[in-house]
Design a protein around this ligand. Structure first.
Ligand code: ASP
Ligand code: MG
Length: 450
C-alpha cells in the first residue's frame, strides 16, 4: 500500500516532441505531488524513423540520412536544455548504439535486433526529459524499464508477465519514488533472457497502465495532444466533441476499434485493479479531459463512433465445408498459430469471412505469406483490401429498442460489406469501403450526437 494516492503520468510523442513541449509536461508534473512515476514515448516522429530503419531495405546513404533526422530531433532538445556535458555524453552513447543497430547486417532479419533498435526513441526521450525535470527543481531519475517490465519473447508485440512486473516494480521502483520522480520508457520491455522487447505501436499507454497496476496506483494519466477522448476522431468531423467520462468497457471497445488516443490493451490493467484513467492534452491541461472509470454517471446507448482503417477481409471457401466437421477449427488453428487476431467473422454454408487489422506502420506484419499458404492447402482463399471498420460504441445496444433502426437509417445508401451486431452489448461494427468511411462516420455522428 502507498501512503499517498500514487499517480502515474504518461506523456505521448507530441507532448515530448521538443524542449518547449517537455516544459509544459514538467509543469503538469510539478503541480501534482502524487505523480511519482513518469512514462514517456519517443519524441514525435522518432519511432516512425526507427520503424523504417528496422523494416526497410535502405541504402547506406538512406540509413545515414534517417539517423541524422533522429539526431537532429534529439540534439535540438539537448541544446535548448543547456545540459551538462555528461548528459551529451550519455545521449551520444545512445546515438552510437542506435547507429550500430541501424547498420547491423541482420537487423532486417532478426526480430530481437529490431526491438533493440525500436526502443532507442524512448531511451533517448526519457534521458532528456529527466534532465528537464531536474532543471525545473523536480528531483528526477531516468530509470531503465527493462529491469522491471518483463515480457515474453514475442518481439514487436511482446506480452507482459504480470507477476514478475509487480515483483520487480515493488523491489526497484517503490523504494525510490518517495524522494525522486522516476522517468522511464514506455513501449519497451525485456524478456527473461534480458533481451529488449517492445509492446507494439502506441504501447506506452499500456506500459503506464501496467506500472500503475504493479505499484497499486490510484490513477493513471495519459497526456497527449487532444483534450480527452472524443465522440469520434475530430479529424473526421469537426462536430466531434470531448467526452467528460467513459466506462472501462466503453474505452476498451473504443481503443480496440480504432480510437487512436489509447493503446487497446491499456484498459486491461485499469479494469483489473480499478485504477481510474485520465486522458488530456499536455498543451491545454486547463481544458480538463476524459475520466475513464468503473461506474459512470450514465450509460447511454451510444457513446462514440470509431473507425479503424486498412482492414483486410479474408474469405476461405470450400465446397467440402458442407456438412464437414472441423473445417472452422482447422482454419482458426492456423490463424492462431500465426498469432493473428481476428475481429469480425461471418459464416455461410461453404465460406467463412473474417477481418483483421493490417496497418502499414505496425511493427509486426499480420497476414504473411506462410499463413496464406497454409490456408490455401485447406481451401480457396480470397484476400480483399481497401476496407475500413466503423464501430458504434455504447451500452446495451442489443436490447434497447430502436437502436439498430436509427443506426441503419444513417447508412442507407452505402454498401455494407459485413455487419457485426449482437455478440457484444457494447458495439455494433460495419466493414465498409474505404472511400465511404468518412461520409458514413460523419452521417452517423449527425444522427446520433448532433
Ligand atoms: N513510440 C512508440 C510508438 O510511436 C510507442 C508510443 O508512443 O506509445 O508507437
Ligand atoms: Mg499514443
Amino acid at each position: 500500500m502507498n501512503s499517498f494516492d500514487l499517480n502515474i503520468a504518461k506523456f505521448g510523442g507530441t507532448s515530448v516532441a521538443d524542449f518547449a513541449a517537455m516544459n509544459l509536461c514538467a509543469d503538469i508534473i510539478a503541480k501534482n505531488r502524487n505523480t511519482r512515476v513518469v512514462v514517456v514515448s519517443a519524441s514525435a516522429g522518432v519511432t516512425n524513423y526507427l520503424v523504417e530503419l528496422a523494416h526497410k531495405a535502405l541504402t547506406q546513404e538512406q540509413i545515414n540520412e534517417t539517423l541524422e533526422r533522429i539526431r537532429e530531433i534529439e540534439y535540438r532538445i539537448l541544446n535548448d536544455l543547456k545540459a551538462p556535458a555528461s548528459l551529451a555524453d550519455k545521449l551520444n552513447g545512445l546515438l552510437n548504439e542506435l547507429g550500430d543497430l541501424a547498420h547491423h547486417e541482420e537487423v532486417l532479419h532478426q526480430p530481437a535486433l529490431k526491438d533493440a533498435l525500436l526502443s532507442m526513441g524512448e531511451r533517448m526521450s526519457s534521458l532528456l526529459f529527466a534532465e528537464v525535470l531536474n532543471q525545473r527543481g523536480v528531483a528526477a531519475q531516468n530509470f531503465d524499464i527493462r529491469n522491471v517490465l518483463r515480457t515474453d519473447s514475442e518481439f514487436g508485440e511482446a506480452a507482459p508477465i504480470l507477476d514478475k512486473i509487480a515483483l520487480n516494480a515493488k523491489e526497484l521502483i517503490q523504494p525510490v519514488i518517495g524522494d525522486r520522480v522516476i522517468v522511464t520508457q514506455g513501449f519497451v520491455g525485456a524478456d527473461e533472457q534480458g533481451r529488449t522487447t517492445t509492446l507494439g505501436r502506441g504501447g506506452s499507454d499500456f506500459s503506464a497502465a501496467l506500472l500503475a497496476e504493479a505499484l497499486d496506483a490510484t490513477s493513471c494519466e495519459i497526456w497527449t495532444d487532444v483534450v480527452g477522448v472524443y465522440t469520434t476522431d475530430p479529424r473526421i468531423t469537426s462536430a466531434a466533441r470531448p467526452l467528460p467520462e467513459l466506462s472501462f468497457e466503453e474505452a476498451a471497445e473504443m481503443a480496440n476499434f480504432g480510437a487512436k488516443v489509447l493503446h487497446p490493451a491499456t484498459m486491461e490493467p485499469a479494469l483489473r485493479k480499478d485504477i481510474k484513467v485520465f486522458v488530456g492534452s499536455s498543451k491545454e491541461p486547463e481544458k480538463g479531459g476524459t475520466w475513464i472509470v468503473k461506474d459512470c454517471q450514465n450509460e447511454p446507448p451510444y457513446r462514440a463512433i470509431t473507425r479503424r482503417k486498412q482492414q483486410v477481409m479474408v474469405t476461405v471457401k470450400t465446397p467440402k465445408m458442407m456438412h464437414a466437421q472441423g473445417f472452422l477449427q482447422r482454419v482458426f488453428t492456423i490463424i492462431a498459430e500465426h498469432k493473428i487476431s481476428v475481429d469480425l467473422v461471418t459464416t455461410s454454408e461453404i465460406a467463412v469471412s473474417f477481418t483483421l487489422d493490417n496497418p502499414s506502420n505496425s511493427v509486426a506484419e499480420r497476414l504473411n505469406r506462410e499463413t496464406l499458404e497454409e490456408l490455401s492447402e485447406l481451401c480457396e482463399v480470397i484476400v480483399e483490401e481497401g476496407y475500413d471498420l466503423v464501430t458504434v460504441v455504447g451500452n446495451n445496444m442489443h436490447s434497447a429498442a430502436g437502436i439498430s433502426a436509427k443506426i441503419f437509417s444513417a447508412m442507407g445508401e452505402y454498401n455494407l460489406r459485413m455487419i457485426c451486431y449482437g455478440a457484444n452489448p457494447h458495439n455494433m461494427s460495419f466493414l465498409v469501403s474505404q472511400k465511404d468511411s468518412t461520409d458514413i462516420v460523419t452521417g452517423l455522428h449527425k444522427k446520433l450526437f448532433e
